[in-house]
Structure formats: C-alpha cells, structure tokens
Design a protein around this ligand. Structure first.
Ligand code: SF4
Length: 381
C-alpha cells in the first residue's frame, strides 16, 4: 500500500501505524456542529432503534435530501415495527416507489416480520444478532448497534473511507484499497478510548458529509486538521483515488403494451430474486447486452409473450441502473391472442389506468407507461 509521511514526503510501507487523532476533539466538534436529522435522537434522548434502522436502510444508496421526506411518510404510515410487519408487501413496495433498489423494501418488510416473530418486536442490541436479520449486513449491524445501543463498533461507510484515506495520505485507488482502509479505521473506533460510540460513529458521518467532503474539503474547519497527512502534503482534494471506470454496459429490450376489453393493461411480476425483484413491468422476454441498438423490428415477434399484430411505438425509453444503461422500445397490437387466464403463480396482473398510481410501479416501468400513453395519445390526435 502506498502512504506518505506528512513531514518528509517519503513513502511509508504498509506496516506503518495508522493515524489516530484524539477522539475527544471530534466529539467536541460534533457537540457543536451535529446535523439535525429527523431520525436522530437529540442530546439526552434515548435513540429509537426502529427509527435508526429505518433510516439506515433508506440511506443505503439514497441521499439524505431524498430520504428525509420519505422517511417521515413511512413513519407516519407505520409508526411501529409491528405495524410495518402487518402491512401487505405491495403497500410497502408502493410506499418505496421511486427510491430504487427495491430489494431494500422487500428486506425491510421481511426484517419487520422476523423482528416480530423472533424478537417479540424488539431490536436485538448487538451487531451479531442484528446481522441475522434480512437486509442487515455487516455495515448496518455495526451502525445500528453503535447508534441505537451505544455499543462500540467499526462503522465504515464512504465518508469514513474518505476521511481515513486522507488522514493517512493513502494514494492507492478504491475499490481495491477498501480492506486496508477498514483496517486503518479499526483503531479510530475500537482503540483504547471507546467513549460515546454512537455519537462517535455519527460524528464521523457528519465530518465526512459536511467538512471532509469529496471536492474541496474544508480543512480549516476540521478538528483533526493538525493530524491529517493529506492536508500536510496538499493532496487532500485528490484523495481517495479511484480506478477509472469504463463506460457502463448497455442493454436493450422490447416491452409489450397489452390491453383487455375493459381497458386494463397487463403487467408481469418480475422474479423475486434479482434486479427489481417482485416488481411489475410491462411484459418482456429479455434484455440483451450490446454496444449498438439491435434491429428492434426483427425481434418484435420473437420477443413477444403472445401472438399479435405487433408494431413499435415511435421513440425510446432510457433508464440508467447502477451497473448498466437500458434502452427499450414499446410495442402495441390491435389484436393479441392467448392472454393469461389461469395464473396460479400470480405472475400476471391487470391494472386499470386509474390504478396506475397505486400499483407500486418502479421508476423504469412508470417511465415506459408514460411514454406509451403519450405516444398513443399523439397517434390518436
Ligand atoms: Fe479531511 Fe481536511 Fe480534515 Fe484531513 S484535514 S480529515 S482532508 S477535512
């Protein structure tokens, strides 16, 4: 691992001791500068584990600004973990719509049920038992046990990685350097001084979110400025380094707009596992990977679940997932044969246009629906 000294600008070897600035300096800074977030206990209040857990899951891959209003809606609708456990899954998915990464909502519901069934509706107070619950991995279990129960734990998110990389002037790039940054974080969280573990974990998050920010860190406001090697070397802004990403891969597909005599639209429920698990989509067979768009016309009949006089609507729908970009065309038909009648597995669902808002459509499906309706309205005009 590459690491430089603040004073000599010589490279350190991997065995150099981690930089461990005084914990109390950060806690003092936190007492004056902490962010006021709706899920956070105020000084002197006992944290609510339900609120801490809900916010932790919502904040995975989603920003504080987006989560804040949605968190309150969730809490208003299901104020206790028992209420969430008793809710139909579709209602939870509907409330989650637009937040993305729907596996989180499914796990949230499964976790609430498990808490009621196995722990009588109470959160276990330690990381080991928390990690046995659906959707609570190593990071979340450490974070919840620290913040909700004030237990010492190493809580390393992207903010902490950035701070630690800068404190130690680590110039090797992410993601390969992650395990080493975790190792360098340990003595910060689990060193001799383990006072106020919950506040310390939140102080690290706040320092990363408000002072040791990715671009232009505000080192003059940092309580650890005198201990920071990257600052001393003038390289703080450049850290942590990242391996340059190549462009995201692209996938393509055709989705089919099928309407019955009552004007209801046919949706297909995606498999429980994987991307958009259990969510509704306009029927499609597969998305194919490629550098260039395929000949959609040539694939029209092959990709259809049902026979019909299919033709493509003008325009495309694009959507960006975390690991690939998607481009789709929408196909319509005036006549479709062999629509699903028996559906024991619950794979198919007819939804009237008036019920689209209540159908928990993920963003990508909602985009396709809007595109199809606009294209057909234009054609009818
Ligand atoms: Fe981050 Fe600057 Fe503080 Fe170093 S001195 S930890 S770069 S804010």
């Amino acid at each position: 691992m590459t690491r430089r000294s603040a004073t000599t600008n010589q490279r350190h070897d991997e065995g150099a001791p981690p930089v461990v600035p005084p914990r109390q300096a950060l806690l003092d800074w936190y007492d004056k500068n902490r962010r006021h977030l709706p899920w956070r206990a105020l000084p002197g209040q006992v944290p609510d584990p339900y609120a801490v857990w809900l916010s932790e899951i919502m904040l995975q891959q989603t920003t504080v600004a987006t989560v804040t209003p949605r968190y309150q809606q969730f809490l208003d609708r299901w104020p206790r973990v028992e209420d969430l456990a008793a809710a139909p899954l579709d209602d939870v998915l509907g409330e989650w719509a637009g937040l993305g990464y729907y596996a989180r909502a499914r796990n949230l519901h499964a976790c609430a049920k498990a808490l009621v069934e196995r722990f009588d509706g109470h959160f276990p107070d330690n990381a080991k038992d928390l990690a046995t619950l659906p959707g609570i991995g190593a990071y979340s279990s450490a974070s919840i046990s620290a913040i909700a129960f004030d237990k010492p734990a190493t809580v390393v998110d992207g903010n902490v990685e950035r701070i630690v990389a800068r404190l130690n002037a680590i110039t090797d790039p992410l993601p390969g350097i992650k395990p080493h940054l975790k190792h360098l974080s340990e003595p910060l969280f689990m060193g001799e001084d383990q006072s106020r573990p919950g506040d310390f974990a939140q102080a690290m998050m706040d320092l990363g979110a408000t002072v040791c920010v990715p671009a232009r860190p505000k080192c003059e406001q940092c309580p650890w400025a005198d201990h920071c090697q990257a600052r001393a070397e003038g390289i703080a802004e450049t850290l942590p380094r990242k391996v340059k990403k190549t462009g995201k891969p692209h996938r393509y597909g055709i989705h089919y707009w099928v309407v019955d005599e009552q004007g209801r639209v046919l949706f297909h429920r995606r498999p429980e596992e994987g991307l958009l698990g259990g969510m509704l989509e306009l029927p499609t067979k597969a998305w194919t990977a490629g550098k260039r768009a395929p000949d959609f016309e040539a694939q029209l009949a092959k990709q259809a679940w049902f026979r019909g006089d299919w033709h493509l609507l003008p325009g495309v729908v694009t959507h960006s997932f975390s690991h690939f970009d998607l481009t789709v065309r929408i196909a319509v038909a005036s006549r479709v044969e062999a629509l699903p009648v028996d559906d024991p597995a619950g794979e198919w669902r007819w939804v009237s246009v008036d019920d689209f808002d209540n159908a928990a459509l993920p963003s990508v499906t909602a985009k396709m629906v809007r595109h199809a309706m606009a294209a057909m309205a234009e054609r009818a005009a």
